[in-house]
Design a protein around this ligand. Structure first.
Ligand SMILES: [Zn+2]
Length: 99
């Protein structure tokens, strides 16, 4: 990262998004859109969640249904980032336990 972030949301071609999994900030064009609600386009905001490529790849190899449940359970997009990421982390860690 060499570019300053002062122009965040400055233009469509230079938009930055935050990975909902690791919190990494990356260019929107490099991110993977993730709509945890699938086809619920009528919901308020119509905002997408974003995953960086490493996380997206990781989740493709994991139980995606579990991720969706965790995202919804953690109130993704309806609570502040820090709180959401903490809850999401707890939920995914919990579901990763085998005993
Ligand atoms: Zn990530």
């Amino acid at each position: 990262m060499t570019m300053p972030t002062s122009t965040l949301w400055g233009s469509d071609s230079d938009q930055q998004v935050t990975c909902i999994s690791c919190g990494e900030t990356l260019a929107r064009e490099d991110a993977r859109e993730y709509d945890k609600y699938g086809d619920r386009w009528e919901r308020e905001g119509k905002t997408f969640e974003y995953l960086c490529k490493p996380c997206h790849r990781e989740y493709c190899h994991q139980n995606r249904e579990g991720l969706e449940e965790a995202l919804v359970a953690a109130d993704a997009g309806r609570t502040d980032r820090t709180k959401f990421l903490r809850r999401f982390c707890e939920l995914t860690t919990e579901s990763a336990k085998f005993d």
